[in-house]
Ligand binder design. Structure first.
Ligand code: BDR
Ligand code: CA
Length: 311
């Protein structure tokens, strides 16, 4: 199994992504690191513990990370994920405690001490990852690949006409990460907006076995009423953003993309947090990003429903 660390701000789609990873024998989740994003930092940490309780994974360590973006004021999205971040479902109370160490310290120590470079899946504002890179630049060589949900290349943002939420919340952290030479697999809105859950998927999950599938059905039901309504109209479904990053690690044939260089706007008030792709290779820098734009949505949703039914 591929060892991974998930950096997350649960969040409905984060929860679904984490459960999909835990349900998949192809992946070995070494730990969860949490960060402020969809809800406050204490709340994302608590939500990660509740997800571990739901998955009956007392062995899975959770490390709480940065409580606010590098420079900007904290920004949350309760209108999409609810006040708790996981509104709509009854997750169990935490059965384990947070690890005593800060997420950034644990990331640095873990990456530096492992023989083989490790894959990180970052589905939240990139504050923890940027802080770890500044704290110990040598981790760049110890990251096999950074799988990021974030940004928008051709389609415009979901926060502003230019910016997607994760990059908008901490554009300076994202700039540090995209300016590093780490190999990045990027799942921007271009592709995640193509992978949408609808009520038919909620019904299939309700019919599947197990508490995890039923909890995800409840989360999706809520999220269909907020994310879909906010962005596109309920009948079009709600995008499964973060779960795309995990689905790709399980089966790379589910997505198609191309290699290019991407940088992040941090100066302009109008386009703050825009992810700017160099489609024609005009910058003199390596194309270190594999940017995904297409997905086989029906197969991804089948995979999700099948795996969650087994958890
Ligand atoms: C991203 O923002 C968050 O609300 C979601 O969890 C996802 O990571 C989508 O823009
Ligand atoms: Ca997220």
């Amino acid at each position: 199994a591929l060892p991974i660390i998930i950096d997350t701000d649960p969040g409905q789609d984060d929860c679904i992504a984490i459960l999909l990873a835990l349900a998949s024998p192809e992946l070995q989740v070494l730990g969860l690191t949490t960060v402020a994003g969809n809800v406050s930092a204490p709340q994302t940490a608590r939500n990660a513990l509740r997800i571990c309780a739901l998955a009956k994974r007392r062995d899975l360590p959770v490390f709480a990370g940065c409580e606010r973006p590098l420079l900007n004021q904290p920004y949350h999205a309760p209108e999409i994920h609810g006040e708790s971040g996981l509104d709509g479902a009854h997750l169990p109370e935490p059965r384990t405690k947070l690890q005593p160490r800060h997420a950034v310290d644990w990331l640095v120590e873990t990456l530096m001490s492992r023989d083989e470079p490790t894959t990180i899946v970052a589905v939240a504002p990139l504050t923890n990852i940027a802080m770890a890179l500044r704290r110990e630049p040598r981790i760049a060589d110890k990251i096999k690949r950074l799988v990021i949900m974030g940004g928008a290349l051709r389609v415009g943002g979901n926060m502003t006409p230019a910016a997607e939420f994760n990059v908008f919340v901490d554009p300076h952290a994202a700039a540090i990460v995209f300016d590093s030479d780490i190999d990045i697999a990027l799942f921007p809105l271009d592709v995640t907006w193509k992978v949408r859950v609808r009520y038919e998927h909620v019904e299939r999950l309700r019919a599947a076995k197990g508490a995890a599938a039923h909890t995800v059905a409840d989360l999706m039901d809520f999220y269909l009423g907020t994310e879909a309504m906010a962005q596109s109209g309920q009948d079009k479904g709600a995008p499964l953003h973060d779960a795309c990053a995990i689905a790709w690690l399980i089966d790379p044939t589910l997505f198609r993309g191309s290699r290019l260089s991407v940088r992040v706007e941090t100066g302009s008030p109008l386009t703050l947090g825009q992810t700017l792709p160099d489609w024609r290779g005009l910058w003199d820098r390596p194309a270190n990003v594999e940017a995904f734009e297409d997905a086989d949505a029906p197969r991804i949703l089948d995979l999700l429903i099948q795996r969650l039914g087994k958890l």
